[in-house]
Design a protein around this ligand. Structure first.
Ligand SMILES: Nc1ncnc2c1ncn2[C@@H]1O[C@H](COP(=O)(O)OP(=O)(O)OP(=O)(O)O)[C@@H](O)[C@H]1O
Ligand SMILES: [Mg+2]
Length: 150
């Protein structure tokens, strides 16, 4: 049971992220996958706007992760592209840091095995300037009303 939504511009992707933010609750983990430049960071920037985070959200790829505490919920935004192993990921203890908020992981499919079943996978496909977002719920995410995004 997955949901597909296509955006046709960076602004539409930001707007989708803002809308998605309204579905979030404490403890949520979202894994983003898709090629370089597919819009993972931009989507999370939209989520940040939706959560009322005042900072501009940029790629965490060099620092691996950033935490934003000034929104309605704390948000950890990570990019695990540069990590070499699952063990390195687990050493970061990101799921502990984000326990009282939400966690977004770019290139998340590479660490999915250490996340467990309660998660949302978002896969982004590039089609020209369109981006097709596929939302794939697992565990408790099945009960979340993703249809409001459409
Ligand atoms: N419909 C669209 N939605 C999102 N981004 C788009 C869209 N059309 C074009 N773009 C462009 O695609 C790029 C998306 O960049 P972004 O940094 O969000 O990707 P990313 O998936 O995080 O990349 P990386 O793998 O390097 O982290 C931006 O340059 C943006 O302007
Ligand atoms: Mg990125």
């Amino acid at each position: 049971m997955s949901l597909d939504i296509t955006t046709s511009s960076p602004d539409e992707t930001l707007a989708l992220g803002r809308k998605f933010a309204a579905l979030l609750t404490v403890g949520d983990i979202v894994l983003l996958s898709g090629r370089l430049g597919s819009g993972k960071t931009l989507f999370v920037a939209g989520v940040g706007e939706g959560l009322g985070i005042p900072d501009r959200i940029t790629s965490p790829s060099f620092v691996i992760s950033r935490i934003y505490r000034d929104g309605f919920l704390p948000m950890v935004h990570a990019d695990v592209y540069r990590l070499g192993s699952i063990a390195e990921f687990e050493d970061l203890e990101l799921t502990d840091d984000s326990g009282d908020g939400v966690l977004f992981i770019e290139w998340g499919e590479t660490v999915a095995e250490s996340i467990g079943d309660d998660r949302l996978d978002i896969h982004i496909d590039i089609e020209g300037t369109d981006r097709r977002f596929r939302f794939e719920p697992s565990g408790a995410w099945y009960d979340r009303d993703l249809a409001v995004l459409g």
